[in-house]
Design a protein around this ligand. Sequence first.
Ligand code: PLP
Length: 460
Amino acid sequence: DNTIVIQAPAVASKRSTREWQQADAAHFLHPFTDFGALAKKGSRIITKAEGIYLWDSEGKKILDAMSGLWCVNVGYGQNSLVEAATRQMKELPFYNAFFQTATPPAIELAELLAEVTPPNFQHVFFAGSGSEGNDTVVRMVRRYWDILGQPERKVIISRKNGYHGSTMAGASLGGMSYMHAQGGLPIPDITHIDQPYWHEHGHGMDKAEFGKVAASWLEKRILEVGADKVAAFIGEPVQGAGGVIVPPATYWPEIQRICDKYGVLIVSDEVICGFGRTGNWFGCETQGFKPDLMTFAKGVTSGYIPLGGVMVGDRMAKVLIEQGGDFNHGYTYSGHPVASAVAVANIKLIQQLKLVEHVRDDVGPYLAQQFASLKDHPLVGDTETCGLMGAILLVKDKAKNTAFPAEIDIGMVCRGHCFGNGLIMRAVGDRMIIAPPLVMNRAQMDEMMSLIRRCLDLTL
Ligand code: PLP
């Protein structure tokens, strides 16, 4: 027997916080980070997690009100996901789906996704992340129009302050000006309209009226570009990274009407909103529209392992399958068996724990009520929630509704207090945002709210 038995390495010996920070600063370039500044300051080293809590290398407990990066929907420490990964790694750690092969976990996941998505979605294209999913979107919508003999339909309309990832196509679809400022973005044939943010654009209008006005900017842009050149419109049902911007209820139905009128495809970027976050399986169901494509990632595996992809609606699937021929696109990890096995376990757990119903009927309405009660705080100009996403708008003078001057980064001040007080919230300009794990119960939400109040008091 010439089998080589390789022993797993012993668990890395514990290092001190300072030692971790030094090694981190010496070698690790962090995403969306000023490398030099962080190297001087030192990272916070997160070492373990359970439920909705994290612990750092100093042993400090932290309530994670951001689910990592909007992804740990089922909370930390779920054994069924760990076991699914272990089992699949032992049985078949990798095989691809390129050359007319498939693996059982990827097939099972495709089937399960067809079950939990709206009825017109029966097909999926797998990727490794949300960004790769959105790269797939760009190629797939253009391919679709090519097949239909309308290759001039290339332009994709998206929104300022939307976030669709960090690859060339993802960052181009996104409307983050600080990203466009680096690396020659956006790529051609992508154009951005203003976001449906009432505090920025809606003054003097009631919200229902503003929703229709904000949607009309899409029609205006379609006409400027020429309807026969517009391939698709993409948006997050609720903008996440842009600051949890919840659109008025009139916005998406009006977007749908306009896209139907001009034959423009709708892409719902469900990377954050998918898998229960908004109180339905998908954000488009909460916001009342029917997309042709849906990008997903994050919550599909609750972040336990990377996986993303695109759900393809029947209208497009029929054309791609029956008339398309080869689609020259894909990733080594499209349909990765271990990631797929974890996703299957994760979706089954969401079903078993009835997390979608838990958000819709219990903790979602409770969060809305708790956030509304923050409006009595002198710093809080407004609050908004949708399911288990929420935003708190910080204002300088509540009576006059004035914002903080640009030189005071009030969000970062508040975030600093959160960091010091065992709470992870995110700051986006003057908005403090949360997206806690969907397993959070009311008692834990009370604990989170008292931490939030304490941090707001410290920010005053
Ligand atoms: N789309 C949305 C709405 C996102 O929030 C994100 C990430 O935050 C992405 C796409 C990109 O996903 P990833 O970071 O997995 O590439």
